[in-house]
Structures are given as structure tokens and as C-alpha cells.
Design a protein around this ligand. Sequence first.
Ligand SMILES: [Zn+2]
Length: 406
Amino acid sequence: MSRLFSVFLAFWVWTAAASAQEFSGLARVDAANSRISDSGRGGVTLDLGLSQGVPYRLFTLDGPPRLVADFQEIDWSGVRAEELQHSSRVRQMQFGTYVPGWSRMVLELSGPMAVRRAGLTVDEVTGRARLQVSLDPVSAEAFATSAGAPRDPRWDLPDSARIAARPEPDENAPLVVVIDPGHGGIDPGAETDGIVEKDMMMTFARELREALLRAGGFEVVLTRDGDHFVSLERRVALAHQAEADVFISLHADSLSEGLAHGATVHVLSREASDVASAKLAERHDRDDLLAGVDLSGTDDEVTDILLDLARQETQPRTEALARALVAGMQNAGGPMNRRPVRSAAFSVLKAADIPSVLIEIGFLSSPRDLKNLQDADWRAGMARGIRAGLENWRASDLATRPLVRQ
Ligand SMILES: [Zn+2]
């Protein structure tokens, strides 16, 4: 009797220790027990197997209709979208890290749908959890009323519309450069041969920061310093918050149109300079949508006009910056694109009062660029070129700015 009791006790202690250990780690997605499929009611069923229970929240977004599921950190490694996604009513899915400590899954729906039922159950014996969500079709009106990200201070963005009064240029002050490594977290950017744009740009951003800080005369702020998602709007907001003199977004996208290769500097314009640039800007906006960003109600006509006025003053400075960066990278050996300065409506370049450029330092879709991008010496050369470009631009900008103001 007492022996039986001690065996039972030992078992109890062992399971308690095992589950305590399990809970300290990240919940893992069990792809074999997860499935997204069509429901008989014209909707979608999501069934997600997890190694343990986690706090979560669900909401829908409009334009296009999407279901967003946020989780307190989940390990998605080894999970492929094709394994999970079997629904004809889900156009695309995306999942991964959102911000540190949080993970996100976004399903782009073929039409307006609402969450009819949702629940997370935890198996008492194994500790494994199962999230089950069913979505039913609803009218566009009903969808529009219920859609929107819930207000939660942990997710709120800082003010982005602030247009700071610029201080008089001071030639002794360091140049504040905000470096923006493209993509991140749930949004990987381009991927070729196992090289992922978000990781490559994180590496290059840190190398560029190092090159600028070593040279002196620069203050550097990164919009992200790790693998997490930052919305395009927030990147712009961070540039304002840092009171940036210059904003540089770094990319190495994949582009099938026109067989792009060589470094390109993009500036903001309503009309795109070419089809490929328009596609790039569109794709970046779409990456944001697929990461579950709510863009509804952000375009206010009056603000737009005010911003346009501010941009008119900034535009010539931005164009001079783009030319200086091209010259710097060219002198460092390039290779540059045959048309190195281009323009399109890139959302990330919309800070009206900060000269902002987006550099494609190469294209992952070009075998030559891909090889260069993986070469630390080549990247160091490009970082030197960008630094020289910034230094030259700064000298001429200081000389011409008082004239612009009169
Ligand atoms: Zn990109």
C-alpha cells in the first residue's frame, strides 16, 4: 500500500516537473495536427495544434478582408504554409514573429467573414492545446462594422503625423541617420536559395551602423535591431521620434520584371518612374497588409495636402541625397543599376520633412547580386560608399540650405 503510494507520488512529481519545464519554453505549432479548411457553411475552419496553451486574441481587418490571430510567442520553425492551408477561401497566409514576445498569423479571406466560434482547449494529460476557430460568411456591411484592431496599449503606435519644426542647420552637430532594415518577423521579404531578405538587411544595417559610427560625425538609430515586424507607418514614426536628418531603408528584393540587377536608390513620388518600381512599392504595402496592419482610415485628404507642401521643400534635398548615394556606391565599385535613381509611392518614404530614400543594394533575383550580397567584403565596400555619399551630401546640403530658406 505504502509502496503503491510512493510510486504514485513519484509519478506525480515527475509530471509536475515535466509540465513546469514545458511551460517555461515556447509553445510549438504541431503542423501535423493543424489544418485550415473550408467549412460546409461557406466559411473557413482553422484548427491549430500547439504544444501548450498560450494567451491569444482574434480580430478581423478590412481592405482586403483578413483574420488576424495574435499569440503570446509561438515557435513556428519548420512549419510551412502549404502543409496547413487547404481552404479555397483563404487567398494567402502569413505567420511568424510580430513584435518581441508576440507571434501573429494572418489569413487573407476571399470575402467578408466573421468569427462564429473560437476556443482553446488544453489536454489535461499531455498539456497540448488546440485552437479551433470557425468563420462564417457575413455581409460586407456587417464585416465593415466589426473589423478593426482592438485598442490595446501594448500594440499602439506612436504619433506619426507630427511635423517637427526643424532647427537651424548646425555643422557641428552629428548627422542623425535612421537606418531601416527592410521587412522582419512575420514578413520575410524576398527569399532565394535560403537567403532571406529580412536577415540579410539586418546584417547589412548593423555593418552600415558600425561604418558610420567608426567614421564619426554620425548618430545612428535602427528601426529594428532583431527579427521582428515593424509596420511601414511605425518606421516613419520612429524616424520622426529620432528627429532624423536622413532616413535610409535597406532592401534586396526579388524582381522578375526587367531582370533587375545592381544597386538602385528610390525616392518618393506619386507617379512611379517605371513599372518595376511601382510593383516594388505595391509589394511592400502588400507585405504590410499580410502582416495584419490596419490601414483603414489613415488617408485624410487635408493632412495629405499639408504633407505635400512640406514635401515640396524636402524633395530637392532628397533628390540630391539620392544622387550623392549613387555616386558614393559607384565610386566604391557598385555595381549600380543602369538607371540608378528611381521613384514610386513607397509608404516607408512618406516622412514629409526628412530626406528619405530606399536603397536596393542589390536584387536577390540576380545571381551576380546574390553572390555579392553574401560577400562581407563587398558589403563593407557598399557601406563605405553610402558613408561617403552621406558625407558629401551633408556638406553641400549645409551650404545650400540657407539659400533655400530665403
Ligand atoms: Zn524589400
